[in-house]
Design a protein around this ligand. Sequence first.
Ligand code: HEM
Ligand code: NAG
Ligand code: NAG
Ligand code: NAG
Ligand code: NAG
Ligand code: NAG
Length: 608
Amino acid sequence: MYTTLSVLLILSLSFLACEGGDTCCSQPCQNRGVCTAIGQDSYECDCTRTGYYGQNCTTPEFFTWLKVSLKPKLNTVHFIMTHFKAVWNIVNNISFLRNSVMRYVLTSRADLIDSPPTYNSAYGYKSWEAYSNLSYFTRTLPPVPKDCPTPMGVRGKKELPDVKVVAEKLLMRRKFIPDPQRTSLMFAFFAQHFTHQFFKTDMKRGPAFTKAKNHGVDLSHIYGEELERQHKLRLFKDGKLKYQVLDGEVYPPIASEVQVDMHYPPHVPESRRFAVGHEAFGLVPGLMMFATIWLREHNRVCDVLKQEHPDWDDERLFQTARLILIGETIKIVIEEYVQHLSGYHLKLKFDPELLFNQRFQYQNRISAEFNTLYHWHPLMPDNFHIQDEVYNYKQFLYNTSIVTDYGINNLVESFSKQIAGRVAGGRNVPLALVMVATKSLENGRQMRFQSLNSYRMRFNMKPYTSFEELTGEKEMAAELEELYGHVDAVELYSGLLVEKPRTNAIFGETIVEMGAPYSLKGLMGNPICSPEYWKPSTFGGKVGFDIINTATLQKLVCNNVKGPCPIASFLVPDGVDSVATTINASTSHSGSKDMNPTLLLKERASEL
Ligand code: HEM
Ligand SMILES: *[C@@H]1O[C@H](CO)[C@@H](O)[C@H](O)[C@H]1NC(C)=O
Ligand SMILES: *[C@@H]1O[C@H](CO)[C@@H](O)[C@H](O)[C@H]1NC(C)=O
Ligand SMILES: *[C@@H]1O[C@H](CO)[C@@H](O)[C@H](O)[C@H]1NC(C)=O
Ligand SMILES: *[C@@H]1O[C@H](CO)[C@@H](O)[C@H](O)[C@H]1NC(C)=O
Ligand SMILES: *[C@@H]1O[C@H](CO)[C@@H](O)[C@H](O)[C@H]1NC(C)=O
């Protein structure tokens, strides 16, 4: 063990002292090497197990060199996964092949996430405090050291541009840009509902802190973070949650009646203040709709379990139902939600067994960068179309009457028909939410996030060399240049939102290649996916296990609404858009060189 250490090549170098700054300001260590400043004018890179050596961990060992030269570019892999449908149809049908590709997708993504976690926003070096204090979001890249020549390290201007100016020039919507992947509002609200169980910034402490205790898919947004809240939400009969019946339909209970804290503005009458696991879910009817659906699902699963196990007490029914709902959530997220986002023709599979013979840690820590990249507010439209009515933000927000007036069926139907906005490509954050975007920029600065390009390198992408390469056009590129001075100084959040989208896609390269590892690690790192948990008995036997393994969004809705079941879809089927949104070639971003299969094959050939 010590021999490896002694073989370790540690180099110091004298470095032209840059205005007293930390020598790690320039982020000299490549390929996940670790930088330690030594005195005022030198640093060392720890290249242990990176597969590289040399002063800056830039020289590949032979096997690394071989692997890297054989490895296709990320955009090439993406192209293959999203084209050649006929080939994928065959792969999807041969379980050995489908499993192998799925296993590769999971492991190659999860390998990019440090587990156990390392840094947080207060500790840019490994420490017991950073590891053990769960009040912090973790960090994938350490914060930019204090006292650097510029806020991004050494590149760019001495001061970052005003967040309001960045938001107004680059992020604010001019005209609604519909998502060419035809993502629905049903998807957008699912995303918001699902992610708010683990993105729970503790505003009182600041952006580096979270109120979420489990750092993953724990369904705290349904059951509450604290045991006390959970108990107030529970009926303590047959494992069920408390509910009320309005017009013959089940809805969440009233906050004052169950003594559960919820955030509502003063104008919302007491009778319309529903209580659910997450205190902020009164904000949007889309959130309360999903909260209602999951509440009904919990109680439905309790009925199924009680039938199987008439002797089980309330506690066991409750606890087992919760595990089943966690499983259903992960199943739907991987096989429908991530499937939709990815645009892959590979049929994704939720099968924990794929990882049983792999090196994989069943634990997860939510990182601040993941939270930032998930600020998908461009998804939100200008208005909300429900049946024949149109609601603006003022009428829509905090209006829980919408949930009960229309009922779950009508909301599901309407949200499945309205197209969401495109996330990447710039200038698509609705006016009503520009404040949220400026806040994310401020938070990123307070947490001293490294630049977009640093994150690209961390996730195996080439840094952009020009503003035009980043945006794929000239106008925003020129604005960016004026604001940031150097492409290496573009901030993470603004960079992600102005990045050139992939061809006909909702996202650019960086948000996907960064987001997918966090997402899959968080989903598969759940304890229910570990070998001792992933078996029927954990879920009350075959019946419970089957509920998980056959869960779909459509079933989730149909099992929980009365009367005819509406189509529930993460994508708006052709020709049913509730809003006339023509998606034409000019909205799918000019300047992005369209790859075609022949070009691709040539490119591959030259790589090999
Ligand atoms: C009309 C709809 C929406 C409204 C009014 C809204 C509003 C907000 C507000 C006010 C914040 C807190 C900002 C801050 O102070 O830092 C926030 C945070 C956030 N929003 Fe939204 N949002 C909406 C939709 C969405 C959607 C569709 C997503 C999709 C994923 C999303 C993702 C997030 C995330 C990840 C956060 C950070 C949460 C945290 O760390 O606590 N939001 N949003
Ligand atoms: C390592 O990085 C520093 C700073 O970026 C640079 O000056 C130096 O030349 C690099 N060393 C090697 C061997 O590439
Ligand atoms: C896939 O397999 C099913 C039966 O397992 C068969 O009916 C179907 O035709 C196959 N599809 C393709 C494209 O091979
Ligand atoms: C975590 O760190 C914060 C900030 O230093 C501190 O206030 C809090 O008490 C710590 N939490 C625990 C559980 O130690
Ligand atoms: C809330 O929605 C209902 C329709 O369900 C509408 O009649 C009402 O005007 C809305 N409330 C506000 C404050 O806009
Ligand atoms: C696409 O949109 C642009 C600008 O909105 C318009 O000038 C053009 O005619 C449209 N093309 C088609 C094919 O609809």
